[in-house]
Design a protein. Structure first.
Length: 190
């Protein structure tokens, strides 16, 4: 089984490697400014990105992305838990939430610039707005999917509401809650 996997990996990597070797050979003979050889591409990348621009460009972007995603998870889990527990609240807020969910985050760039200015908070706000919906919807679904028999049993034993939430509802909804950040992580990073 391991040999089959290694053969699959070798086969999957063979074509890209052959294409890179063919491109490099062609680029060296062509001498075109628009198609530099791979060595020149690598040295320019190392000079421009690996040392000079990582601390000034890459690290702040990663920090904003992680902060926005952490806020999106916190807001999504808290709001999703409330909406999942209260059908009345969910019915009342559903039109507003559906409207906000349908708005593409780039359309809110002017609003975020007016409200937050041109700094990091506007960028984090847009990341939160784009990433909160999968977490919110999965949390609502997870909270509503808790076994009603377990909830009835907890009520009949007079388990306090906070204990029901922390000991029964959230642990039962956790697999669905955690599925959203993992599944949607690459789709909303900005």
């Amino acid at each position: 089984m391991i040999r089959v996997r290694l053969a699959d990996w070798a086969l999957a990597l063979a074509l890209p490697a052959l294409l890179l070797v063919a491109y490099d050979g062609w680029a060296r003979t062509a001498g075109s400014f628009f198609f530099p050889p791979l060595g020149e591409i690598g040295s320019t990348f190392a000079a421009e990105w690996l040392f000079a621009r990582v601390p000034t460009d890459l690290l702040p972007s990663l920090g904003r992305m992680l902060a926005g995603y952490a806020l999106a998870v916190a807001v999504g889990v808290a709001a999703g838990t409330l909406l999942g527990l209260s059908r009345t609240l969910s019915t009342a807020l559903d039109p507003v939430l559906q409207f906000l969910r349908a708005l593409p985050p780039p359309a809110l760039i002017p609003v975020s610039l007016l409200v937050f200015g041109a700094g990091d908070s506007a960028k984090v706000f847009l990341i939160v707005l784009g990433a909160v919906w999968p977490v919110l919807l999965n949390t609502v679904d997870g909270v509503r999917g808790v076994d009603p028999t377990a909830l009835d049993m907890a009520r009949s034993y007079r388990v306090p509401a906070h204990a029901r939430l922390t000991r029964l509802i959230l642990p039962a909804a956790l697999p669905r809650i955690l599925a959203a950040p993992v599944r949607h992580w690459p789709s909303r990073s900005s």
